[in-house]
Ligand binder design. Structure first.
Ligand SMILES: [Zn+2]
Length: 250
């Protein structure tokens, strides 16, 4: 009997020894876990493409409950993210970024069903052709919100009064958006288009969220600031993504 039987998304894997891999999985039942996949690098590996990032798998994990490292047994591929990665460099990078974000936010050994459902919805929306930048902002906003890190869009973080319609002014000392009376805010300021995008993000599934308006692109650096503050380190792929976006003509 496996210690854990669960649906899971592959977050990453790296080589171990001559023939094996260590796989980091976001499991539905137990949150983030690590497992050794013996023989995963052999030419006749039974895992084949199942261990690619963001593959959706059903796994049997063996070992002591609560172990640091399980042994991967059964691994049935339910859905591969490979066709999305193959669409374009932009989609491949967005998926790599999504996997890194999930890896950074997911709790070890602790199930978080909303995070699992979010991850799955984002992978499905990517398969359905949702634009990469939209998906990245969607995933960032929700991961921050689910971990209690997204400031409310409708209440002043200083006086708790309502924030009237329009743009939002972030004030770092208050860790949230503030009303004009509690300002001047330290910034950044988000335009009203960014606010309506966020309101849709928190209401709609990722495939239905509206396209990110050009003038709301500042959300990327705003989210990056919140994420870096929380993780106390920058993410690797966000920098790669920015470099690629800069090198491509708009
Ligand atoms: Zn206020």
């Amino acid at each position: 009997m496996p210690a854990i039987s669960s649906d899971a998304l592959v977050l990453r894997s790296h080589k171990m020894g001559e023939t094996s891999k260590i796989v980091v999985l976001l499991t539905r039942e137990r949150g983030k876990v690590r497992a050794v996949a013996r023989g995963a690098r052999g030419p006749r590996s039974r895992y084949q493409s199942a261990l690619e990032p963001l593959s959706e798998v059903r796994v049997g994990l063996y070992g002591r409950q609560g172990a640091d490292l399980y042994r991967l047994g059964e691994c049935e591929l339910l859905g591969s993210a490979f066709p999305v990665s193959a669409q374009s460099l932009e989609s491949a990078l967005a998926l790599a970024y999504a996997a890194e974000l999930l890896d950074a936010f997911a709790l070890e050994g602790e199930a978080e069903d909303p995070v699992y459902r979010l991850a799955l919805a984002v992978v499905r929306a990517a398969e359905a052709g949702t634009q990469a930048a939209n998906l990245s902002r969607y995933l960032e906003a929700w991961l921050l919100k689910l971990h209690g890190l997204y400031p409310p869009l409708d209440r002043c973080a200083a006086c708790q009064g309502p924030l009237t319609a329009g743009g939002l002014s972030y004030h770092a000392p208050a860790r949230g958006f503030v009303c004009p009376t509690c300002g001047p805010a330290s910034g950044p300021r988000l335009p009203s288009s960014a606010r309506s995008f966020l309101e849709s993000v928190f209401k709609l599934p990722p495939a239905s969220a509206p396209a990110l308006p050009e003038e709301a692109r500042g959300l990327e650096s705003f989210h990056e600031m919140l994420i870096t503050e929380h993780l106390e380190r920058p993410l690797r792929s966000s920098r790669v993504l920015r470099d690629v976006a800069r090198s491509q003509p708009r």
